[in-house]
Design a binder for this molecule. Structure first.
Ligand code: NAG
Length: 359
């Protein structure tokens, strides 16, 4: 096998795949072609966590196996964090450095090398520096934006490496304008590695249905318009309101009939929005007494089933006094009777005592 000398810096955006076993990453080998020329060759890099040989690839000639030495690896376990509006975001970043030649054999001092860390937010094609840090190097750094704090340190100070480091960014009380692509760059002397994260901010809506809890309507008449309040959600896009009729003569769930529409968005100071969904149901029949109208809201911040609120339809003249009402009535009558008795007794006592005083 030809002797190849190359240096490879690998950037891992898919750390989930890294922890889940072997992963394949597109990369290039830069080969010293002799005479000061470099040849660039496309390759697939099979990554494997921990000890053990390379995964078997019967389609490849073992002669073609190369032992690759990844010098700098930059990765995140959460490539696309979704953070609730107003909560703190931890943008996870780890890096690892394996010196190409043992530090002991070089003139470098033992211990991990100094590094620089930079976090940028890409917005509308422009990069904004969020935070820069160079631990151990006393350089003037621009102030961090948006209250960002970074944890920038090597995890250990083993004299000869390899070393791992942590560059996790902390953003307090995340606001909608902080959404977007975050680019983290780790600089080592002569080397740099980058990883991107997609930060999404979201807030699930509160859902309530009015008038609650009961809608009154006489048979044959249309019940009043139903109002589904969907409040304080983010992002404003992609919200759907569905109307269902549950129970009723046909039983089960059905799409509610009637005219539906959505109000305009109302914007709140925290960046969230609210809107209301409206349903004008068609005239109700006596058989629909006890059925429930529900509005179901779908949004990216909610699980697939969405979130719903319901009201029971009571057709006027069809609700009978319930058992609880009957007991209540009985108890009230009983208490009233007792009270009258006590009053009579008190009045009788008062008049007799007055009589005896007069005597
Ligand atoms: C990096 O530092 C942050 C903040 O202290 C911590 O929450 C996180 O777990 C660390 N990450 C690793 C991989 O140690």
């Amino acid at each position: 096998m030809k002797l190849l000398s190359f240096l490879l810096a690998v950037v891992l955006g898919l750390a989930t795949a890294v922890s889940a076993g072997p992963a394949v990453i597109e990369c290039w080998f830069v080969e010293d072609a002799g005479g000061g020329r470099l040849a660039k060759k496309p390759a697939a890099l099979l990554l494997r966590q921990g000890p053990g040989g390379p995964p078997p690839r019967p389609d490849l000639d073992p002669q073609l196996y190369l032992k690759v030495h990844a010098v700098l690896t930059v990765f995140t376990h959460t490539p696309s964090p979704r953070i609730r509006l107003g909560e703190d975001a931890l943008l996870d970043l780890s890096f690892a450095y394996v010196p190409p030649t043992p530090v002991a054999a070089t003139s470098l001092a033992p211990g991990p090398p100094p590094f620089g860390l930079e976090w940028r937010r890409q917005h509308l094609g422009k990069g904004h520096l969020v935070l820069a840090a160079t631990p151990g190097l006393a350089a003037q750094m621009p102030a961090a934006q948006d209250g960002a704090v970074v944890f920038a340190a090597w995890d250990d100070d083993e004299p000869w490496g390899p070393w791992t480091g942590n560059g996790t960014l902390w953003l307090p009380a995340v606001q909608p304008f902080q959404e977007g692509t975050y680019l983290a760059t780790v600089h080592l002397p002569y080397l740099q590695g980058q990883v991107t994260l997609e930060l999404a901010v979201q807030k699930p809506p509160k859902v309530s249905l009015m008038p609650a809890p009961v809608v009154w309507a006489a048979p044959g008449e249309a019940p009043p318009e139903l109002l589904c309040l969907v409040s304080h959600f983010y992002p404003p896009e992609g919200l759907e309101v569905e109307w269902e009729l549950r129970g009723g003569p046909e039983g089960g769930f059905q799409k509610a009939k009637g005219q539906t529409w959505l109000s305009a968005l109302r914007h709140h100071s925290d960046g969230s929005v609210s809107l209301s969904g409206h349903l004008q149901p068609p005239p109700v029949t006596a058989e629909q007494h006890g059925a429930r109208y529900a509005c179901r809201v779908h949004h990216t911040s909610l699980p697939a089933l969405g979130r719903s609120a319901e009201v029971t339809l009571e057709v006027a003249g069809l609700s009978r006094p319930s058992l609880e009402d009957g007991i209540g009535l009985f108890l009230s009558a009983f208490l009233l009777l007792g009270l009258i008795k006590v009053l009579c007794w008190a009045a009788a006592y008062w008049s007799t005592s007055k009589d005896s005083e007069e005597k």
